[in-house]
Design a protein around this ligand. Sequence first.
Ligand SMILES: Cc1cc2nc3c(=O)[nH]c(=O)nc-3n(C[C@H](O)[C@H](O)[C@H](O)COP(=O)(O)O)c2cc1C
Length: 178
Amino acid sequence: MDVYQAIQARREITKYKNTKVADDILTKVVDAGVYAPTGNNMPSKNLIVVKKRSTLDQLAETTPYMKWLKEAQAAIVVTGKPGVSKYWLQDASFACAYIWLEAVEVDLGSAFGAIYNAEDEEESVKRENYARNLLEIPEECRVVAALGLGYPNETPKPKKHVPREEVVFVEKFKSSRD
Ligand SMILES: Cc1cc2nc3c(=O)[nH]c(=O)nc-3n(C[C@H](O)[C@H](O)[C@H](O)COP(=O)(O)O)c2cc1C
């Protein structure tokens, strides 16, 4: 599978089979996050790999929108250090995207659970602190997201994309079409 195929095939998968993910497969997915680029090449991100059933079940309560972790075989929690780089959020987001695509390559399904919330600092801190306490994440780290992983137990309906011409412009915004 080439990268373009992985991009085309990627969907959010929230239902998983009760099949273990081998450590070498999980390591490949984690490495995709490790090797993702960072702004100014600064080491702002950390990845916490969670495999314990009881921890996954508790992590599922971080926000109302990641209940699928109760079925997932593993999770990768992605954090960023604002004190290390002004690009911490982009760095963490790149890592998440790479992880999601590598999951496709190794036939895993993945779902993205947003934890950091740029709009509501109080809610964000509440959610981040829940994960922070559970996983012993230091104060200097913001908790960006949790990705769930497992072998898919669903095939989503084909996705209706925003028409390409509404997204892509050439040379100038809205001035001409690709
Ligand atoms: C920034 C961002 C935040 C998201 N937050 C959540 C979330 O908290 N819970 C969830 O189940 N899915 C979340 N998603 C997944 C999207 O809902 C999903 O990717 C989108 O509906 C498109 O579906 P697709 O991934 O199958 O293309 C998030 C995705 C992104 C990029």
